[in-house]
Design a protein around this ligand. Structure first.
Ligand code: ASP
Length: 307
């Protein structure tokens, strides 16, 4: 058994580890851990308490993947619900689809009785308002929100700087390997922007035969490189988990223009090995590791510069 989460998993890691130790399936344990983080407003881009988009709306994303069936459930740009990870899980359970977004996702969340919530907390509203007052011209304020937003995207903020998006990878004692993610994505993003967290193959991927991977940071980079899927594929082709992650980092070196920023990659294999790398980051990027015995422990990620 193994559990790897990023630092934002702090509030959920004891519960997920306890459940895995008690023999619960990996997806149940991941969902229970992520729900705790989504409900806590002190984690500033997962669920309640996240940073808003340019219009001061909270649009949340999440994904789960069962590496044994290769079923996933993903939800993107959902407003007004608390436990995105559970909505994603129900998409996997109840629908012949893998991914719902926006209004359709909200309709589905309502249909299944998901917990409605006002996820925008007062502090997020205050910070957004200060940005609005400081940044926009009087003419823009007057016309708001009917102004072009594209130019304002340069203010988008990496949630990692606020220590946010969460990713969980787990291998349970029945040999299932699963993944889960939940986030509000980059603050001040263009409305409707999806990062990698809900995109299977980019922000997460799990295959019980080989392992799993999940990423945080600049989702635009891992979407372009299909990072999570690539790592699992490199393992399928015989690479160790460490080499598979380094190969995926190397893929990022081909990225030209666009948003190039920080990405943290987390990966596990079937043999209890793992690798966590902070691309363009530092060892201050910490993650949680529980290896099936004792307490989960915090470890520093290996920092790698792209250039
Ligand atoms: N990967 C997330 C996104 O692009 C953000 C993050 O994890 O920092 O939305």
């Amino acid at each position: 058994m193994i559990l790897v989460t990023n630092n934002e998993g702090t509030l959920g890691v004891p519960t997920t580890a306890r459940m895995l130790a008690a023999g619960h399936p990996a997806l149940d344990a991941i969902e229970a851990g992520i729900r705790l983080i989504e409900a806590d407003p002190s984690v500033r881009t997962v669920g309640r308490g996240g940073w808003p988009n340019l219009l001061c709306e909270l649009e949340l994303d999440a994904c789960v993947m069962d590496g044994t069936t290769l079923r996933s459930g993903a939800v993107g740009a959902l407003k007004g619900y608390l436990h995105l990870v559970s909505v994603a899980r129900e998409i996997m359970r109840r629908l012949p689809h893998e991914f719902l977004v926006g209004e359709g996702a909200a309709r589905f969340a309502h249909e299944i009785g998901a917990t409605p919530a006002e996820n925008l907390i007062e502090d997020s509203r205050r910070v957004w308002r200060e940005w609005f007052d400081r940044t926009l011209t009087p003419a823009q304020k007057q016309a708001w929100p009917n102004i072009p937003l594209a130019e304002l995207c340069r203010h988008a903020i990496d949630p990692e700087t606020g220590r946010d998006t969460t990713v969980f990878l787990a291998h349970d004692n029945s040999e299932n390997i699963c993944s889960g993610t939940s986030t509000s994505g980059w603050g001040w993003k263009y409305p409707g922007r999806l990062g990698d967290s809900p995109i299977v193959g980019a922000g997460s991927y799990a295959d019980t035969r080989y392992g799993a991977a999940a990423c945080t940071g600049a989702g635009e980079m891992t979407i372009r490189c299909c990072t999570a899927r690539s790592i699992v594929l490199y393992m399928k082709k015989g690479a160790s988990v460490a080499d598979a992650v380094l190969e995926a980092v190397d893929d990022m070196r081909a990225l030209k223009t666009g948003l190039i920023n920080r990405v943290t990659i987390h990966a596990i294999d079937t043999g209890g090995n793992h690798k966590v790398v902070a691309v363009n980051g530092s060892a201050a990027n910490v993650y949680w590791l529980w290896d099936g015995t004792g307490d989960p422990r915090r470890c520093p990620a290996e920092a790698i510069a792209l250039r």
